[in-house]
Design a protein around this ligand. Structure first.
Ligand code: F6P
Length: 319
């Protein structure tokens, strides 16, 4: 293993930069050349590859986004795209790849792996939607951002005696809504994994109002459906003025939390170590607070489950 390539693909996540820094510095420490591939698989098949040095990753550990930039690349899913990428890997003498991203990124990595390229994957997505790991890099930064937003919305909710729906990201996964809803003291948490009864939500609005509660926060995961329709129904059924805030991409940016930076630094280091030990087709993750590496196939097939216990606790605490 003389040359390692690193790329970030799919939706960016806070902590990606800390992981890139770790990959670059661990490689150079081990006297291995490291190549940065720009714009994910796009850059890989178009040959956007540059050698990195210690200073390339200076002053980035605290920055959100990804200095390598990112993209979602449809061409890479075709045989022609894959062949282009394999050719670039050969031309630049890349012996192994560290790939940072979510589910779609891992699927691309699997294709490279099947074609004989040693690959190690690092889970980076704010969604925390990968079943094989308890945690993905960027998740806790996104949760902090949402909790901060909920606290601000709570102020205005209280002032006006309204119900406020806060729609958060996560695709089909409710983790951002669940974790930030619990941490932000939301009255209701609505996620795609659990059946949702609008009458139950309305009952909580009325019960809260009757016991003098002035605010009412509903954390709604984007995968559930249209927030404005939910708001309309709540207004009609409870008579409480209801507003919607869709947080959107603000959840993807910002300086990563210390936890995200630490995990990114550890996983970047471990990814390089695995490649140096001739391991391939591995996905890094966290299980019971330990960093683990598992077979990439297994990682891709693991079903993500919502933490039902946590969901129930949030329900009990918001009565
Ligand atoms: O996967 C991360 C994520 O931010 C999801 O939560 C969201 O549904 C999606 O990406 C948005 O994608 P895009 O940035 O391409 O609009």
């Amino acid at each position: 293993m003389r040359t390692i390539g690193v790329l970030t693909s799919g939706g960016d996540a806070p902590g990606m930069n800390a992981a890139i820094r770790s990959v670059v510095r661990t490689s150079i420490y081990n006297k291995v050349k490291v190549m940065g591939i720009k714009q994910g698989y796009n850059g890989l098949l178009n040959g956007e590859v540059d050698e990195m040095n210690l200073s390339s990753v200076a002053d980035i550990i605290h920055r959100g986004g990804t200095m390598l930039r990112s993209a979602r690349c449809d061409e890479f899913k075709t045989e022609e795209g894959l062949n282009k990428a394999l050719n670039v890997i050969k031309v630049f003498g890349i012996d192994g790849l560290v790939v940072l991203g979510g589910d779609g990124t891992f699927k691309g990595a699997k294709n490279l792996c099947d074609a004989g390229v040693p690959v190690v994957c690092i889970p980076c997505t704010i969604d925390n939607d990968m079943g094989y790991t308890d945690y993905t890099i960027g998740f806790f930064t996104a949760v902090e951002t949402v909790v901060d937003a909920i606290s601000k919305i709570r102020d205005t909710s209280t002032s006006h005696g309204r119900a406020n729906i806060v729609e958060v990201m996560g695709r089909r996964c409710g983790d951002i809504a669940l974790y930030s809803g619990l941490a932000g003291g939301a009255e209701s948490i609505i996620v795609p994994e659990m059946d949702f009864d609008i009458d139950e939500v309305c009952k909580r609005v009325i019960q809260g109002r009757n016991r003098g509660k002035l605010h009412h926060i509903i954390a709604l995961a984007e995968g559930v459906g249209n927030a404005y329709e939910v708001a309309k129904e709540i207004e009609e059924k409870t008579g409480t003025d209801t507003r919607v805030t869709i947080l959107g991409h603000i959840q993807r940016g910002g300086s990563p939390t210390a936890f995200d930076r630490i995990m990114a630094s550890k996983m970047g280091n471990k990814a390089v170590e695995l490649l140096l030990n001739n391991e391939s087709g591995r996905a890094l993750g966290m299980k019971c607070n330990e960093i683990v590496d598992i077979d990439l196939d297994e990682a891709l097939n693991a079903e993500k489950k919502l933490d039902k216990e946590m969901y129930e606790i949030a329900k009990i605490l918001s009565i």
